[in-house]
Design a protein around this ligand. Structure first.
Ligand SMILES: [Zn+2]
Length: 429
């Protein structure tokens, strides 16, 4: 990192050390908000207040579907956006002479699952040694807290960025990405975007895309004493699921045709994540609806992938006496996310590598392939901004006892502060 002299670098790293307890406290405060889909607004109010407190000008708005539905990258929505609040805090340089930066994090978290399988309640943050436990601790409230921690460290060390800095706290990352898309639609641009998702020891070089869909299956209800004369919608769904796993198998077999994916055992993962059906144990069920998530490769055409899925369901339905005449319906109701490979970000990558080495005892920064998606695609694919995903180590993300490694959070925050300083340049306060 040529432009930052060693003394400035050291003062920033020490400044991070002096605010790291606040970063941890902020993470814990954020975990207390059960910001699952549709309930993110109170956590967003908190983020807006924290940004204002640090002197950022805050843009807080409700996402309007009609303003984004025509844009590339939009994913369909079948839920209310009544509480769909995005927050962006901006620190605009008086005499910008560096490169501008967006730091982006998502405030939404996934459901907890059965709470009795957690060691402690998921929305009560618990610290145990180097870990902070709680739903969203790693994915990605620690990252959001680190974004604010970078500003605090700058303040402590007596600096501010010499270029525009936008901190984005978005919703909908776990289901559509429409929160990040709404930021792009609102006009936020910068020379790079940094997303502190829990990657640990690396940044995301390539990530899959994701499709969500529901399969609606019909049956013929009869009294279960004459089950053979009816058609069981729930049991018929099993063969449809198997047919979908055949699609998954086929796509995985193609992995060597996709740069960055050939070395992975199983890059494409399909899972039935949710199921509902039937009304009564003694009635053959007349309906079943199941939700599926499947990955696609960067460059794989979304429309064609959707057609392959629909074709697989149609073919499997033909083998079923009832479904052959009552074909299941496939509804795409969430993620229609393209895959993304980070390109054109060499300068930002080099800067991040230098910052990472300084914070992690000289360690090299690895580019990894992610079998999940992130909001980086919106910056890279639709706004011409290299989207770097780099953040602290977390475990059990989307599982029980989700936790973030606090030492890794400290060092990652140092790296983020050094990256910001080097990328944006510094002004003395
Ligand atoms: Zn995440």
């Amino acid at each position: 990192m040529p432009r930052l002299d060693a003394e400035v670098r050291l003062s920033l790293m020490r400044a991070v050390d002096s605010v790291v307890d606040d970063v941890i406290d902020l993470t814990a405060e954020l975990v207390k908000f059960p910001s699952t889909r549709g309930a993110e607004h109170t956590a967003q109010d908190f983020m807006a207040a924290e940004m204002r407190r640090r002197g950022l000008s805050v843009d807080r708005w409700r996402i309007d579907i009609d303003e984004i539905r025509h844009l590339p990258g939009f994913s369909p929505v079948h839920v209310s956006y009544e509480n769909a609040i995005n927050v962006v805090g901006s620190l605009r340089a008086e005499r910008p002479n560096g490169r501008s930066l967006i730091m982006n994090g998502h405030i939404d978290v996934v459901p907890t699952g059965p709470v009795d399988m957690w060691t402690s309640p998921p929305f009560q943050p618990r610290r145990d040694g180097k870990w902070l436990y709680g739903r969203g601790s790693g994915d990605m409230k620690a990252g959001l807290a680190a974004m604010l921690g970078v500003l605090d460290a700058f303040q402590k060390a007596g600096y501010r960025p010499a270029a525009d800095l936008h901190l984005q706290s978005v919703i909908e990352e776990e289901c559509t990405g429409n929160g990040a898309l709404a930021c792009v639609a609102r006009g936020y641009r910068a020379d790079a975007a940094l997303i502190p998702e829990p990657v640990s020891d690396g940044f995301i070089r390539a990530q899959v895309g994701v499709l969500w869909f529901q399969v609606h299956v019909r049956g013929l209800p009869v009294h279960v004493s004459r089950a053979g004369t009816g058609a069981n919608a729930i049991e018929a769904s099993f063969s449809l699921m198997q047919a979908l796993h055949k699609v998954e198998e086929r796509w995985n077999a193609d992995k060597h045709q996709h740069e960055h994916f050939g070395h992975l055992d199983h890059p494409i993962n399909l899972s039935v994540g949710k199921i509902q059906g039937g009304d009564w144990a003694s009635s053959v069920p007349a309906w079943c609806v199941f939700d599926v998530r499947v990955a696609i490769y960067p460059g794989q055409d979304i429309q064609q992938a959707k057609q392959e899925i629909e074709q697989a369901i149609r073919d499997a339905a033909r083998d079923n006496r009832f479904l052959a005449n009552n074909p299941p319906e496939v509804v795409f109701h969430g993620f229609e996310a393209e895959g993304y490979v980070l390109t054109g970000g060499e300068e930002a990558e080099a800067t991040l590598a230098g910052a990472h080495a300084a914070a992690f005892d000289g360690a090299a920064l690895k580019g990894i392939t992610s079998t999940g998606t992130t909001d980086a695609r919106f910056f890279g694919l639709y706004a011409g901004i290299p989207g770097l995903v780099y953040g602290p180590k977390a475990e059990s993300v989307h599982g029980f006892d989700e936790r973030v490694d606090l030492e890794s959070l400290r060092r990652t925050t140092q790296a983020m502060a050094l990256f910001t300083a080097e990328w944006c340049g510094l002004e003395r306060l």
